[in-house]
Design a protein around this ligand. Structure first.
Ligand code: NAG
Ligand code: NAG
Ligand code: NAG
Ligand code: NAG
Ligand code: NAG
Ligand code: NAG
Length: 369
């Protein structure tokens, strides 16, 4: 076990720390001050103050004279440095962030994110994990720890002070126990919140008691990739069923459609009832406006992908998802436990797999149960 140790220090050692860190902070400060624009400079100061050296021993220096985990006079914690790879686009980055946040906390270590992840997430959210300087990240001899996409008991006891989690985790099972904290991390900056609310307000016009349903239709690369994974993307039948669910449940639903394949949506979603608005800008790499709109709606219709999963998680209302969208022998099924991805209260509508079956006659013999 490599849990945080509470140590009591001899006074000379403590003085040495204070001296050393005032020097370190000062030099870091002077070095960064004239090289960085204001915004980054502010973050840098935060990084330095978050470094486990202020009021705590730095994990790189271990001169504890006495250490007893059950009896501690001072609250000195040697919490190491944990991080996670910054891979994929927006939804993946959010998944990695939340998983790091939860696992580092569970194991009693301080989490840091890579600058690349900070760049993805901080324009949208009030995230608070400190950022690892690229130079520091390079010098550390990381222990890489690969994650599968669901929580395991062994993840509560990951050993190591310098751990880099890897993979593409997205599972509420990592962080559902601290849901409020995760939602706090992913709370939007005020200007984004205001813009989304204003837009939704305008859609409503003079109608009272409307219910906003965010619809995310993931297309793009998935349209080509899914068949090779023996799977399908959402079709018009799925979207119609999902929308009718809300039409039957609420008197004035307003469907806010965002997609990276908006042309397809306009051709395949029946908007003749006047309750459908196509409003996404469809950009996958800078998702800002789309994501904020979805997250500010009351309920969610997602198709596939982590972007829609997060929209549903943040919106917090009812979420409808496309279920069982791959054949039983799809490689996706090995990496993926539906029960760890879709919250129990979410509503799955099974996909129509018949296009796969008709294209590949060999698979007609073992169709989806
Ligand atoms: C610091 O404390 C730990 C935990 O008790 C101990 O294993 C380690 O040897 C100590 N280090 C020094 C330099 O005293
Ligand atoms: C830690 O402190 C407790 C309580 O004072 C004591 O019983 C125990 O022997 C100490 N352990 C070590 C390793 O010094
Ligand atoms: C602090 O975070 C900023 C934000 O990305 C980063 O650019 C900077 O290098 C970090 N500074 C330190 C000292 O870690
Ligand atoms: C679209 O919906 C309207 C109203 O419910 C219906 O009358 C019409 O047949 C639908 N059009 C298509 C192409 O399904
Ligand atoms: C629905 O969403 C709107 C916009 O975010 C919000 O103002 C309203 O309070 C929500 N309604 C309910 C019942 O949560
Ligand atoms: C998906 O398939 C599994 C296994 O056949 C089944 O238990 C589950 O109910 C299906 N989900 C939905 C939403 O139909």
């Amino acid at each position: 076990m490599d849990l945080p140790q509470r140590c009591s220090f001899s006074q000379p050692a403590l003085l040495f720390f204070l001296y050393f860190f005032s020097l370190l902070s000062l030099s870091a400060f002077l070095h960064l001050y004239d090289k960085m624009p204001y915004q980054q400079w502010r973050i840098s100061v935060k990084n330095v103050s978050n470094f486990p050296g202020r009021g705590q021993p730095a994990s790189l220096i271990t001169t504890n004279t006495t250490c007893n985990s059950s009896r501690s006079s001072s609250k000195i914690i040697d919490s190491g440095i944990w991080t996670v790879n910054s891979a994929g686009r927006f939804g993946n980055q959010m998944g990695q962030y939340a998983t790091l946040y939860a696992l580092a906390k569970m194991n009693g270590h301080q989490a840091y994110i890579y600058p690349a992840m900070h760049k993805y997430l901080s324009p949208m959210f009030r995230i608070t994990l400190p950022v690892l300087h690229a130079e520091v990240a390079k010098k550390i001899r990381w222990k890489n720890f690969h994650l599968h996409n669901w929580m395991s008991e062994s993840y509560k006891h990951i050993k190591g002070k310098y751990v880099r989690l890897t993979g593409y985790p997205w599972s509420y099972t990592f962080f559902q126990h601290i849901r409020q904290e995760i939602l706090q991390q992913f709370s939007f900056h005020d200007h984004i919140k205001e813009e989304a609310n204003q837009y939704l307000q305008e859609l409503r016009g003079k109608r009272q008691e409307v219910t906003y349903v965010g619809v995310h239709v993931r297309r793009g690369d998935y349209v080509h990739v899914m068949p090779s994974w023996k799977g399908v993307v959402a079709d018009r039948g799925y979207l119609e069923k999902a929308m009718n669910y809300f039409r039957e449940k609420y008197p004035n639903p307003i469907f806010v459609v965002t997609s990276n394949g908006m042309e397809w949506c306009k051709e395949n979603i029946n908007a003749s009832r006047g309750d459908v608005y196509f409003s996404g800008d469809g950009r996958e790499s800078s998702p800002g406006r789309d994501f904020a709109l979805l997250a500010h709606c009351n309920h969610t219709i997602m198709t596939i992908g982590t972007f829609g999963l997060w929209a549903g998680y943040l919106a917090g209302g009812k979420t409808i998802y496309l279920a069982n969208y791959t054949l039983p022998d799809s490689p996706v099924r090995k990496r993926f436990k539906p029960s760890a991805i879709f919250l129990p209260e979410w509503i799955g509508i099974p996909a129509d797999l018949s296009p796969l079956l008709s294209k590949k006659p060999s698979q007609v013999q073992k169709p989806e149960a």
